[in-house]
Design a protein around this ligand. Structure first.
Ligand SMILES: Nc1ncnc2c1ncn2[C@@H]1O[C@H](COP(=O)(O)OP(=O)(O)OP(=O)(O)O)[C@@H](O)[C@H]1O
Ligand SMILES: [Mg+2]
Length: 355
């Protein structure tokens, strides 16, 4: 997919904006507080139905307005698609080609929007849930049966956890279902992980000395053991703790360098690079599976990378089949690394300027 038109109304400080982005590299320049991240938020909203910086979408609605709108015309190999999203105090409404979409997953499947922000390193620093969700997002795109397996597994897990707290006699009755869906879930995750790891090491080779760098997946229960045995052997401990301690819900993904997790022994800049490589690997894995061009948003590239890596990133974007939106407060790269279109943002007003 690539967006050929984006229209925004009442999103943060952007009252009205309409832009026709380039299918390849778009640069968005403006001072602090001008509205650059808000524009990226609008694009992300179109692709994912949520924001990458606020949990509560109401905060995106411009002060003094009671709704916001984002509209986009997306081009696919098969043709074009019109996507509209309206957020009011009451909820979110999405239309694709004029038809109301009831499930946001339909929107997310249709579009493939990825984001790299100055807070991206949190993916490695924070708890495992964020990383599980990151991997799951990729699996969801490449494996149609994943959604159901995840739903059934989490249902069985919450029933077993309820039994652990209230009625111990019922605990083992949930084991079979937990194992059936847990193993399916894990199988999908592991095969996606292998593709992601291969791609991650390729991406990382551009930015790092990858000699001792690796991407590691822990499935949530000890290697060499079967899930049914683990559940049986740990039942008494699970009852004491009041929750199921092993299973795919405890899985984790880590970037390791020389055996240590990257968040323990590396600089903030290296952590950021590692996350950028993870996002690029995920973007590529989904692209290879769906054949659908992704949209990549890079917020504040200058804060993310030094000049040498910025140039590498520009070449990486240039050699890819992505539509890219990069924001920056200023831009000083050699002419051969220039963008295809440049937009200037000032007090929420977006204008296209010469490259
Ligand atoms: N709901 C809202 N209504 C109106 N204005 C808002 C709302 N939420 C945030 N703003 C304002 O929107 C402006 C643009 O914010 P944004 O984060 O997009 O700027 P930016 O160009 O990315 O800045 P920076 O370079 O500092 O990252 C800010 O001045 C902010 O105070
Ligand atoms: Mg910003």
């Amino acid at each position: 997919m690539s967006l050929e038109l984006i229209r925004i109304r009442c999103l943060r400080n952007i009252s009205e904006a309409e832009i026709s982005p380039h299918p390849c590299i778009n640069l968005i320049i403006g001072k602090n507080g001008s509205g650059k991240t808000s524009l990226l938020e609008g694009i992300y909203l179109l692709g994912r139905g949520r924001s990458f910086r606020s949990r509560r979408l109401e905060t995106l609605i411009q002060r003094g307005s009671d709704s916001l709108d984002v509209f986009g015309i997306a081009t696919y190999r098969e043709g074009t698609c019109r996507i509209g999203l309206r957020k009011t105090g009451k909820g979110t409404e999405v239309h694709i080609n004029g038809e109301k979409v009831l499930k946001l997953s339909k929107l997310v499947k249709t579009t493939a929007v990825h984001v790299i922000t100055p807070n991206s390193h949190e993916l490695l620093e924070r708890g495992s849930e964020l990383r599980r969700r990151f991997l799951e997002w990729g699996v969801f795109h490449v494996e149609p049966a994943y959604r159901q397996a995840a739903h059934r597994y989490h249902r069985a897990l919450s029933q077993r956890n309820a039994a652990l707290k209230k009625d111990h006699t019922l605990v083992s009755s949930w084991n079979a279902e937990l194992v059936e869906w847990g193993e399916k879930l894990n199988g999908f995750r592991e095969s996606y992980f292998l593709a992601l790891r291969e791609r991650f090491l390729l991406e990382a080779g551009v930015f790092f000395d990858t000699g001792d760098l690796d991407l590691v997946w822990k499935r949530g229960w000890p290697p060499g053991r079967e899930l049914p045995d683990i559940l049986k052997d740990n039942q008494i401990n699970d009852i004491k703790q009041g929750f199921t301690r092993y299973g795919p819900h405890r899985a984790d993904l880590s970037v390791r360098k020389g055996g240590d997790t990257v968040s323990q022994r590396t600089s903030r800049g290296e952590q950021k690079l590692a996350v950028i490589c993870l996002v690029l690997a995920q973007t590529e894995a989904i692209l290879r599976h769906s054949g659908n061009r992704p949209v990549l948003l890079i917020d504040d590239l200058n804060a993310e990378l030094d000049q040498e890596n910025r140039i590498k990133m520009m070449s990486r974007c240039r050699n890819s089949d992505y539509q890219v939106f990069i924001t920056a407060t200023g831009w000083k790269l050699p002419a051969e690394h220039s963008a295809d279109k440049v937009f200037h943002v000032e007090h929420g007003v977006i204008t296209e300027t010469g490259v």
